[in-house]
Write a protein that binds this ligand. Structure first.
Ligand SMILES: C[S@@+](CC[C@H](N)C(=O)[O-])C[C@H]1O[C@@H](n2cnc3c(N)ncnc32)[C@H](O)[C@@H]1O
Length: 280
């Protein structure tokens, strides 16, 4: 959900929780590891390593779709891979641009991205839900060389799952659409259980810190200046309602129980067939 061009959930992770990645990470021993920010950071490093293990050894160039804070792009560059990193968020450029001459940043949505380059790898780490699967495979057919790989890691909706905020892709439909366009699944790892602690942690932090802080502010305003508080409440009624809506959305998006019931988190490696036709 965007507010004045800012994705609030991503802002919460980078500026409030001070994380250096925007993905959910991979917990080694869910249920046993204490839910702390340090363990979340370790889980994020583990996730990035798990992504790298899936990248075929002959990869020389990569398109990082939705690069976020650039840790994956920087890791790819450190492995000798030339990277084009894209994101619609202009702030994300500063995270990748210092990583040397082997990386360039393009501020763009994937829907609008264009390039003459054909990459060995197209990577979507938690960015595939920002566009429809048709866009994903049509665009990827333009930029991925035949025989190259598409690596998608992120949340999907189960086929019988209810819509979950922002999760536009249903796993089976996504895989089916890819198959119809010449993308064959090479790896399909289910790491749902290993990402759930992150949702529990973030959801719990919102409940534990934001709810009581808002409550405290309200009580303070209502007791110290009841008339002003009522007037302000009326004047800013629409804005306050919007803020409540944003908060409800963020709570729903991080609800671990709803996700466990309706969602699944996959690391999917797909290979573009040699005979697949190129999108015009
Ligand atoms: C959840 S973050 C993931 C960032 C990073 N890939 C990671 O794993 O930490 C999603 C990223 O996708 C970007 N994004 C949002 N809409 C997009 C779109 N239409 N096309 C490409 N990227 C998009 C966001 O700006 C952000 O950089």
């Amino acid at each position: 959900m965007e507010f004045d061009g800012l994705a609030l959930d991503l802002f919460f992770c980078s500026e409030i929780l001070k994380l250096s990645s925007l993905h959910y990470g991979l917990w080694a021993d869910p249920g046993a590891e204490p839910l702390t920010l340090d363990n979340l950071r370790a889980a994020q490093r583990r996730y990035t390593e798990a992504l790298f293990r899936l990248i075929p050894g002959d990869t020389r160039s990569a398109l990082d779709v939705g690069c976020g804070l650039g840790d994956v792009a920087r890791g790819l560059v450190a492995r000798g891979i030339r990277v084009t990193a894209i994101s619609p968020d202009k702030n994300h450029g500063r995270y990748v641009e210092g990583a040397g001459e082997n990386v360039r940043f393009v501020q763009s949505r994937y829907q609008n991205f264009s390039s003459k380059e054909r990459f060995d790898l197209v990577l979507m780490s938690e960015s595939q839900n920002y566009f429809q699967p048709g866009v994903c495979f049509e665009q990827t057919s333009r930029f991925l060389r035949p025989g190259g790989h598409l690596l998608v890691a992120g949340m999907f909706r189960k086929s019988d799952g209810k819509p979950f905020p922002d999760h536009v892709n249903v796993l089976e439909e996504f895989i089916g659409q890819g198959a119809s366009m010449g993308f064959e699944v090479v790896e399909n790892q289910d790491i749902t259980g290993n990402v759930l602690p992150t949702l529990t942690l973030v959801h719990g932090a919102m409940r534990s810190y934001i709810d009581p802080s808002v409550d405290l502010l309200q009580r303070y305003a209502q007791t110290s200046a009841p008339v002003k508080a009522r007037v302000l409440g009326l004047v800013f009624r629409r804005q306050l309602e919007e803020l409540r809506g944003i908060y409800r959305y963020l709570l729903a998006k991080t609800d671990p129980d709803a996700f466990a019931e309706h969602g699944t988190y996959r690391m999917l490696l797909m290979r573009r067939g040699l005979s697949a036709t190129r999108a015009a």
